[in-house]
Design a protein around this ligand. Structure first.
Ligand SMILES: [Mg+2]
Length: 271
């Protein structure tokens, strides 16, 4: 009896001692290690800074040319994306590395309105304003993020951080059947303005011709429009996420990190 009693006590103690370990394994959020290198690069490399300055220096030059050549009846404007174009959300991406299931995390992050201006973005926006060129922010942030987005832009010092210069996801994106499409919103801006420049970190920020990534990851469309880059389209670097990811995952949702890594590796060109 005594040995049975001790066996039960021992077994209980073992179960108790195992529990935290088991819980840790079961409840630990999946990691997102694939983001580590890209976020490290985005936050720490001087090359990232240089690329943003390069983009906005080029944008300034193109804006000057457009102003000089202006023979439009409509006022000039430019369209900029917000995330990873004007505002730096890499702290949120960093948070995903150890918690890939951070589903509500994005809204928590944007509600803080604390994203910093990206290198060169603020002085470029101020320059455009000084030249009388309006800025329209076309973003795939949701309608319920409008207030915090305008607050963040204004707090960071950006001009035109007003309701009539922000077009969020629900405004006109559904007309094209693609909820992320910016086509309808660009058309809306074009009704009363001549868009002379578009700036973004995603090809979808520029034209609908880049929306279909199913053919060679969208590279055909880039080839066909190569003359526009550095001209009317200013592309900024974002290795952390983007529309370029989906074709790499064969358009499959809900893959875990291991499955994603496997697919990514299968699509590498090797020596
Ligand atoms: Mg963006």
């Amino acid at each position: 009896m005594k040995s049975t009693f001790y066996s039960i006590v021992l077994a209980s103690l073992l179960m108790l001692s195992c529990k935290p370990t088991q819980n840790t394994v079961v409840t630990a959020p999946p990691s997102h290690d694939k983001l580590l290198m890209s976020v490290a690069w985005y936050q720490n490399s001087a090359e990232m800074m240089a690329l943003y300055y390069q983009g906005f220096n080029l944008a300034t030059q193109r804006l000057d040319e457009a102003i000089k050549a202006d023979n439009q009846s409509k006022p000039l404007a430019m369209v900029v994306d917000i995330d990873e174009t004007m505002l730096d959300n890499s702290p949120f991406e960093a948070s995903l590395i150890n918690n890939a299931d951070n589903l509500s995390g994005w809204y928590n992050w944007t509600s803080k309105a604390s994203a910093l201006a990206l290198p060169g973005s603020l002085s470029f926006a101020e320059y455009a304003q000084s030249k009388g060129v309006e800025i329209f922010y076309i973003s795939n942030r949701d309608d319920n993020e409008r207030d915090v987005t305008l607050k963040n832009l204004a707090d960071a010092g950006f001009p035109y951080a007003t309701d009539d210069h922000l077009l969020t996801k629900s405004d006109l994106s559904y007309s094209s059947g693609n909820t992320s499409s910016k086509v309808g919103r660009r058309a809306k801006v074009s009704e009363n303005h001549e868009i002379v420049l578009l700036i973004g970190d995603n090809l979808n920020d520029f034209s609908e011709v880049f929306e279909d990534r199913s053919i060679n990851n969208g590279k055909e469309a880039v080839l066909k429009n190569m003359d526009q880059f550095g001209k009317k389209f200013i592309v900024l670097p974002n290795p952390m996420y983007g529309a370029w990811e989906k074709p790499l995952y064969d358009y499959r949702d809900g893959l875990d990190d291991a499955a994603k890594s496997k697919l990514l590796k299968s699509k590498l060109r090797n020596e």
